[in-house]
Design a protein around this ligand. Structure first.
Ligand code: FAD
Length: 394
């Protein structure tokens, strides 16, 4: 089949890889002019790790990754107030756990296509006309083209979802937070392989020292610390962060000052996408476009890869019957994704407590992860993916 995939993040190139393996003709479309670089760090494990291994990518991903040793929570003066040894995660995942830039994972997966897939950068799907037998796809720049299927792998704010289903607002469920992230070169102090975090009621700021003298900063804060409704534009982001974090203490004044030199700030709502079906006619959604679990799940990357792998596998098994393949794809994965979303909502409620007492309690609770029995109970459950990847014999 001829299949157009909108979005070259995690899900898009994973899907392209497995579709190519079963002989389909794929077009990948990405709205950015090139693969996005930088950005935030993600923890990578579980289903994503298994699929990356099947694709032969783990040696490269481990090379790019960081084996984080400790999550350290500190008070206003930088004194340790909580945290845990990340070894807990490695032990419970049997060493199949690493942390790396989302953009490095995306680039590694895309690299695995080895130029075998037609790719268009700086463009986007803008029209989908499905007459039941084929789909005519319109683009921002390129001329219309005909496909058998169209897939939206274009993230939480999916254009394909909007075109083929309904407006984002009908599927977005806010977790009550906003998130911002950026990188700075030359920031001091550095704490190698330690994820440093400082929280006050409703707000949390973290930093992680990376290679090449870079430091990643992550800000997560409750919606009430954003003065206006709606996302700040690119030029309003710095002011929004200064407004929310100026009185937070620790290294915040220094971080906010250093932020002034940064051009690229990631800023978004912390939301989930909840849909009862991920396909309509000849269009399907994968990854965050279909079922964003949010950063509170810590597993969106792996789940996006699992969705891509299963969609390609079901299309392979159904020998061209996309109706049957789409049905199996959703049957297999929607229950798992709903469960992951429920768990993320629970975690979100405790992430940045609203009161000082709540912050203190959270910090103490985080120390309890040092205890093996408790760690197994809390983390072990979250790390398990009650899902076995089908073997599609690709
Ligand atoms: C701060 C933060 C921390 C996170 N931490 C973790 C973690 O620890 N572990 C984890 O597993 N996950 C984590 N996640 C979630 C993870 O990043 C996502 O679930 C994952 O990237 C989803 O992959 P995707 O391919 O569906 O979407 P994306 O990675 O968002 O890729 C979508 C792609 O589509 C492109 N695109 C968008 N619109 C269009 C358009 N109109 N036309 C063409 N292309 C378009 C985008 O440019 C992008 O390249 C985190 C997320 C955030 C925000």
């Amino acid at each position: 089949m001829r299949i157009a995939i909108n979005g070259i993040g995690i899900a898009g190139p994973t899907l392209a890889y497995w579709l190519r393996r079963s002989g389909h003709e794929v077009l990948l479309i990405e709205k950015s002019e090139r693969l996005r670089t930088g950005g935030y760090i993600v923890d990578f494990w579980g289903l994503g790790y298994d699929i990356a291994e099947k694709m032969g990518l783990m040696p490269r991903l481990r090379e790019l990754g960081y084996q984080v040793e400790e999550v350290r929570l500190v008070d206003q003066r930088g004194r340790k107030s909580g945290g845990f040894d990340v070894d807990v995660f490695r032990r419970l995942s049997k060493g199949r756990f690493t942390s790396l830039r989302r953009s490095d994972i995306a680039a590694t997966i895309y690299g695995a296509l080895d130029g075998s897939v037609e790719t268009v950068f700086g463009d986007s799907v803008t029209r989908i006309e499905d007459d039941g037998h084929r789909v005519i796809v319109g683009f921002d720049a390129a001329a219309d083209r005909e496909f058998d299927l169209v897939v939206g792998a274009d993230g939480m704010h999916s254009r394909v979802r909007q075109l083929a289903f309904e407006a984002e607002a009908n599927f977005e469920f806010s977790l009550g937070y906003h998130v911002a992230a950026f990188e700075i070169e030359g920031y001091k102090p550095r704490d190698e392989l330690v994820y440093m975090g400082h929280g006050v009621p409703g707000r949390q700021v973290s930093r992680f020292s990376m290679r090449n003298d870079k430091t990643l900063f992550l800000f997560i804060f409750r919606d009430e610390y954003l003065p206006s409704i709606g996302l700040p534009t690119a030029s309003e982001r710095k002011a929004a962060l200064v407004n929310a974090f100026a009185d937070v203490g620790w290294e915040c004044p220094q971080i906010l000052l250093a932020m002034q030199q940064v051009d690229d700030i990631y800023f978004d709502r912390v939301s989930q996408i909840r849909m009862d079906r991920w396909t309509k006619g000849r269009t399907a959604l994968v990854g965050d476009a279909a079922a964003c679990v949010s950063l509170m799940a810590g597993e969106g990357t792996g789940l996006a890869m699992a969705e891509a792998y299963v969609l390609a596998g079901e299309l392979n098994d159904s020998k061209g019957d996309h109706v049957a393949a789409f049905a199996r794809y959703q049957e297999r994965l929607i229950p798992l994704l709903k469960e992951k979303q429920r768990a993320a909502v629970k975690f979100a409620s405790a992430f940045a407590p609203r009161t000082r007492l709540g912050v203190a309690f959270r910090n103490i609770a985080s120390r309890c992860l040092q205890l093996p029995v408790l760690a197994e109970f809390v983390v072990g459950r979250e790390l398990r993916d009650d899902f076995v990847l089908p073997d599609y014999g690709f």
